[in-house]
Design a protein around this ligand. Structure first.
Ligand code: OGA
Ligand code: MN
Length: 295
């Protein structure tokens, strides 16, 4: 089997590639790991179709790309979890596999995924790669969209680049959920998810490209009054998510999509909440907090 990577859209040759000629049920060879990593540096989003994998196989795949995150951003208590702590449960199911009630707290919290974000930007050391495997998908709706934050940076006018280049933002899950009016957090959760500082503009260690590090988790900019900060972040997010920067993934069962959280944002689209959508995510941690990384 020869591994090939081609753009999903030939008109956009450096964002969202499709990988063929690889079987994720088997341990990756060193050559395959290098090819996927190089593909991620170039495309920032990679689509692998027809990968009938279980959690162990998905974890073995992700572990090839560095240290893993644990699912400490999930709201379910350990005893209520359906999946292991190494796997993020991106589903609308309870631990018995039943569709969550409309007003279920886990479901309402998970709706935060519908806002443009970068995974775990609310952690001191945020996520590097996320790999999302579609186990069961609804017949319609529930696409995932990805926005290219490198292209968004490149397209900014010089004045805005100079304005934002050295900005430090503060991120928390409390902020992203607040946008949707979800405010019912326990004291423990407020402490666990206290705001963290991140750079707004970062340089990708491998490709060398600059990108906007935006996320719905942002609640402020250091040194700025909150309303002014939030208005600017909203403005930048609007800029960065224009259609020319977006790849919309229409899921098929057994797709795995991998993205680089350092260079992209993503969001889930609406679907019928009475239908099962079962997606499992494995996540690599980045190497350091963004403020410790050179720009
Ligand atoms: C995620 C996520 C979006 C989706 O897995 O991190 O935001 O479409 N998923 O489920
Ligand atoms: Mn996400």
């Amino acid at each position: 089997m020869t591994l090939t990577i081609t753009p999903r859209d030939p008109a956009r040759p450096d964002f969202a590639g499709e990988v063929r000629g690889i079987d994720l049920r088997k341990p990756l060879t060193p050559d395959e790991v290098s090819a996927v990593a190089a593909g991620m540096d170039h495309y920032a989003v990679l689509v692998f179709r027809g990968q009938d994998i279980d959690d162990e196989q998905q974890l073995a795949f992700s572990r090839k790309f560095g240290p893993m995150e644990t699912a400490t951003g999930d709201i379910a208590k350990p005893e209520d979890r359906r999946l292991s702590m190494d796997v993020n449960d991106i589903s609308n199911l309870d631990k018995n596999g039943n569709v969550l009630a409309r007003d279920d707290r886990k479901r309402l919290f998970s709706l935060g995924n519908m806002l443009w974000h970068s995974d775990s930007s609310f952690k001191a050391t945020p996520a590097k790669y996320s790999a999302l495997s579609a186990r069961v998908i609804p017949e319609s709706g529930g696409n995932t969209e990805f926005a290219d934050m490198r292209a968004a940076w490149d397209a900014l006018d010089q004045e805005t680049k100079d304005l934002v280049r050295d900005m430090v933002t503060v991120h928390s899950q409390i902020f992203s959920r607040g946008i949707l009016g979800f405010t019912d957090f326990t004291d423990d959760e407020r402490e666990k998810w206290a705001p963290v500082r991140q750079r707004l503009v970062r340089r990708h260690q491998s490709s060398g490209r600059l990108s906007l590090y935006l996320s719905a988790h942002i609640g402020g900019i250091e040194g700025w009054p909150m309303p002014e900060a939030r208005a600017l972040i909203r403005d930048l997010t609007e800029h960065a998510t224009q259609r020319q920067f977006v790849y919309a993934h229409v899921w098929r069962p057994r797709d795995l999509v991998m993205w680089d959280n350092r260079a992209t944002m993503h969001r889930a689209r609406r679907y019928d909440a009475t239908k099962v959508r079962d997606m499992h995510r494995t996540t690599n941690a980045d190497s350091a907090p963004t403020l410790e990384q050179p720009v």
